[in-house]
Write a protein that binds this ligand. Structure first.
Ligand SMILES: O=C(O)CCC(=O)C(=O)O
Ligand SMILES: [Mn+2]
Length: 218
């Protein structure tokens, strides 16, 4: 009985904003009430634009499976990293960005000090146990003041938030389902990545973590 009460207490997380750097904020529990609706919307999007493991220009197959929604989608292949309006797998436009996604992204950006954020791209990342994303900068977008808004869903992951140089020491953040991280302005080119996902279970996603990354690409 005591254990059950404690479990419920743990699930009722309190939203909290933690500054990571000038221009970057970790909005803990910001999306908690929307997690199931977001996951349901993802299910629908994946039937239109299935997940795929893309290849980097260097020929490395990414461990994270990806797809997109919105006017533009981020892709990589042997020709390079870029945004494009069509899904290269189907040749069709990416599915539209659901209103729920757009609202969450703009609300989180506003809370982080970016009230003019108007995302035109949402990259959907799926991590299974063992998947990781090495330290990188997001720099394929035109306006490098507008923020990246990153939403975590499902299994908890260790996010690495580094400095402006690859070798700078990174903060290690345990991102829970419903957490949002926003970085823009002076923090926009911070190196960041995700440590290897552990074998864990989440009640709504099993052993999997989803991440939605909203960008203003053009
Ligand atoms: O999965 C994450 O938390 C980060 C994803 C990311 O950095 C990206 O998609 O560029
Ligand atoms: Mn990134």
């Amino acid at each position: 009985m005591t254990e059950d009460l404690f479990a419920d207490y743990e699930h009722a997380r309190r939203p909290q904003a933690i500054a990571l750097a000038n221009g970057a904020v970790w909005l803990q529990a910001f999306a908690d009430k929307r997690v199931s609706a977001l996951l349901e919307a993802i299910d629908g999007l994946l039937t239109q634009a299935p997940l795929r493991q893309m290849v980097t220009p260097g020929g490395y197959t990414m461990s994270v499976a990806m797809t997109n929604c919105g006017a533009l989608g981020w892709v990589t292949d042997r020709r390079g990293y870029r945004y494009q309006a069509e899904d290269p797998v189907s040749g069709r436009p990416w599915p539209a960005m659901p209103l729920l996604f757009h609202e969450l992204a703009t609300e989180a950006a506003t809370a982080a000090g970016y009230p003019d954020f108007a995302p035109d791209a949402c990259l959907i990342n799926r991590y299974l146990p063992g998947a990781r994303m090495s330290l990188h900068q997001d720099k394929n977008e035109i306006d490098l003041y507008q923020p990246i808004v990153s939403v975590s869903l499902g299994v908890t992951a260790t996010f690495l938030f580094g400095g402006d140089a690859r070798g700078d020491k990174a903060q290690r953040l345990r991102l829970h389902s419903g957490d949002v991280v926003v970085w823009g302005g002076p923090a926009r080119l911070r190196f960041h990545g995700v440590d290897t996902l552990r074998q864990e279970q989440h009640p709504l996603t099993g052993n999997c973590r989803f991440n939605l990354t909203f960008r203003k690409a053009r």
